[in-house]
Design a protein around this ligand. Structure first.
Ligand SMILES: Cc1cc2nc3c(=O)[nH]c(=O)nc-3n(C[C@H](O)[C@H](O)[C@H](O)COP(=O)(O)O)c2cc1C
Length: 327
């Protein structure tokens, strides 16, 4: 995929979310929007390079355009992991500089890297030297006692100096002590104006905004305000139809709105293949619970799937039975 075309895709993206944006979730999201850029869950470079956990790179060809998010802070190891991702066919390699969880902090990566922009620059440079696809960074506006107004532009300056031209900025700080990862996604206040000012200060960079965006209309407003992209996490997961069904015509000016009922029908062959490979129905349907959020029958849809999908022998017939409730 050319850098131009992935940058167009990045006008809207679904955020990387551990345990949520697995390949089944991404398969569903792709049925709802052909254009939106999708991100994997974070995969750590030690898991790939030292652990040999190559299954973490599995995805379906239908998922393109799809970006692999890596976590790590060792330039040589990240370069190797990036190469593994690019060889596997990912369209972009993204470095996580935003995740505050303890496990991640212990390995000096994620949000704590906001304190080490020169190291991030080294990582990005090593990754870029190893792959032909674009290397991007997802970061916060700062951590702990840092002053975002000062550290964010300095961070962008240093890391873009190493050749990274596309950033996604989660518009709130992370507190590395005292707040859980979940609290760190809600409690530190959002500062959208700061991200907009970064676009003015760095007009040549491709900047996407992230954090607390809950509608496609809000995404459109950020694009109209001059940002290059909008990344949506929780809202895209919990109400995928609200965020993604109109994305192709409204955000990209291509194609038509998709239909969640049709997407369910299109999921059935994917489900069959997953079951044939020894997988469980619930591993797929757990990502489909919110498909009809706010529509009549949504509660029965969720109930049938949550009560039945983990039972032995559950398969596509259960999904069709649940679909009748919203028909
Ligand atoms: C369950 C969950 C897991 C997450 N895992 C990751 C991750 O692996 N990498 C990452 O950069 N951010 C991760 N995030 C943060 C999201 O990518 C995003 O930055 C955050 O949720 C704010 O966006 P939102 O308000 O649109 O959800 C995660 C968020 C959630 C809810």
């Amino acid at each position: 995929m050319s850098p131009d075309s992935i940058r167009t895709s990045a006008r809207l993206s679904v955020a990387p979310m551990m345990d949520w944006t697995d390949r089944h979730c991404r398969y569903l999201h792709r049925l709802l929007s052909k254009e939106t850029l999708l991100y994997t869950e974070m995969v750590t470079s030690p898991a790939l390079v030292r652990g040999g956990a190559l299954h973490l790179l599995d995805y379906s060809p239908e998922e393109h355009p799809v970006a692999l998010q890596l976590g790590g802070s060792n330039p040589a190891e990240l370069a190797q992991a990036a190469k593994m991702g690019a060889d596997a066919g990912y369209d972009e390699i993204n470095l996580n500089v935003g995740c505050p969880s303890d496990r991640v902090q212990s390995g000096t990566f994620g949000a704590v890297l906001m304190k080490h922009p020169a190291l991030v620059a080294d990582c990005v440079k090593a990754m870029q030297d190893a792959v032909g696809v674009e290397v991007t960074v997802k970061c916060r506006i700062g951590v702990d006692e840092q002053t975002p107004e000062d550290v964010l532009p300095a961070f962008l300056e240093t890391v873009s100096g190493a050749g990274c031209n596309r950033f996604t900025i989660h518009a709130r700080k992370a507190w590395l002590q005292g707040l859980s990862p979940k609290e760190n996604r809600d409690i530190p206040p959002l500062d959208y104006p700061l991200v907009l000012r970064m676009k003015q200060a760095f007009p040549h960079l491709h900047l996407s905004i992230n954090g607390g965006i809950t509608s496609l209309q809000q995404a459109q407003e950020f694009l109209e305000a001059g940002l290059d992209g909008v990344m949506i996490g929780r809202a895209a997961y919990h109400q995928p139809a609200d965020i993604l069904c109109q994305a192709d015509p409204l955000i990209y000016g291509t194609g038509q709105a998709s239909d969640p009922m049709q997407a369910v029908q299109q999921m059935l062959p994917h489900i069959e293949a997953h079951l044939t490979g020894g997988g469980k129905l619930a591993q797929v349907t757990r990502h489909m619970m919110g498909l009809f959020a706010g529509r009549p029958g949504a509660r029965q849809w969720r109930r049938i799937l949550s009560e039945g999908a983990h039972l032995p022998g559950a398969g596509p017939a259960l999904v069709e039975q649940a679909l009748v409730q919203v028909a």
